[in-house]
Write a protein that binds this ligand. Structure first.
Ligand code: PHE
Length: 315
């Protein structure tokens, strides 16, 4: 019998054999019932046989259960060293990253972020900015005209006008957004982005303008002693007007932005009395600032959606 138990290889068969020995009608059960008729030696022998058999079943059961568990673990084994399919981690586009840096700096100076429509009417994009029809300065920007006479916004300066009309003065804002001009090469894209600061109050001067621009550039480019070069220039909506250059890597001047004191006509066009209020505006290409900061050489790449380019440039 013990031999037979040892040879069984699955738990169901073992259970069936056990039932045939120890079950209600089992052979051992029957013999135990007759034990009272046996002499003491035969009783002791039967008891021993009974114990040995039970132990043999128990041992075999444990062996089979252990074997089953081992087989199950082997079947469910996971090879954690296998290469797996994985998703690449996303990142913010360089323009988005630079915008959050720029916004954080300007907001810390007290400028509030503003946006406006990309399709503008002629008045907000030009006329209110002291650039009436036939003004020669309209040719400074190669404009996309729509059939109904509206334009694709050529400059975020249009946001100045809307903000002054809506919020009145004093006002301290920066407008951000896409701007459009008919031009295309490595440093020009027909759609690009501008950011424009505007600060009007009772006694704002050019000193305030230069201080804010200097501090802004110092923080954005992380340069301790920013050297600026202020060149006289012309914009119809500022007087005086200037272009601001930055000393780059200690050896060359780079043009960074246009700026100036807001022209009295612009203030008047927005219902503001230029004898009481004055202030400044400055505007720059946000793409260009991002290109300089991150060392990129082709503005068009911002809009290609080529993930390899973005990754190769460390974003
Ligand atoms: N709007 C000007 C441009 O697009 C930049 C500018 C903004 C200049 C504000 C002066 C003041 O060239």
């Amino acid at each position: 019998m013990e031999q037979k138990i040892q040879e069984i290889n699955n738990l169901d068969e073992l259970a069936a054999l056990y039932a045939s020995v120890f079950g209600k009608n089992g052979t051992m059960t029957a013999r135990l019932k007759e034990m009272k008729n046996l002499d003491p030696d035969a009783r002791a022998a039967l008891n021993t046989e009974n114990t040995i058999l039970r132990d043999a079943f128990k041992t075999r059961q444990t062996e089979l259960e252990t074997a089953a568990l081992t087989a199950q673990l082997a079947a469910q084994r996971v090879d954690v060293t296998l290469p797996c399919a994985y998703e690449m981690r996303g990142a913010l586009h360089p323009l988005t990253q630079s915008l959050s840096e720029i916004s954080a700096i300007l907001e810390s100076f007290g400028y509030a972020l503003k946006t406006g429509p990309e399709i503008e009417d002629d008045w907000h994009n030009f006329t209110a900015l002291n650039t009436p029809a036939h003004h020669p300065a309209r040719d400074m920007q190669d404009t996309f005209f729509l059939e109904n006479g509206n334009v694709m916004r050529t400059q975020t300066s249009a946001i100045q006008i809307r903000s002054m009309q809506e919020d009145g003065v004093p006002i301290k804002i920066f407008g951000i957004g896409a701007t459009y001009r008919k031009e295309m090469d490595a440093t020009h894209s027909p759609m690009f982005h501008q950011i424009e600061g505007l600060y009007i109050d009772r006694d704002i001067t050019m000193r305030d303008l230069i201080a804010d621009v200097r501090e802004f550039l110092a923080r954005f480019f992380e340069i301790d002693n920013v050297e600026l070069r202020i060149r006289p220039s012309y914009f119809p909506f500022t007087e005086p007007s200037m272009e601001i250059d930055i000393k780059w890597h200690g050896d060359k001047w780079l043009e960074i932005m246009g700026a100036g004191m807001v022209h009295p006509n612009v203030l008047r066009n927005c219902g503001i009395d230029p004898d009481v209020y004055q202030g400044f505006a400055f505007g720059f290409g946000w793409d260009r600032l991002a290109m300089l900061k991150y060392g990129l050489d082709d503005i068009r790449k911002f809009y290609d959606g080529d993930v390899r380019w973005i990754r190769n440039n460390g974003f």
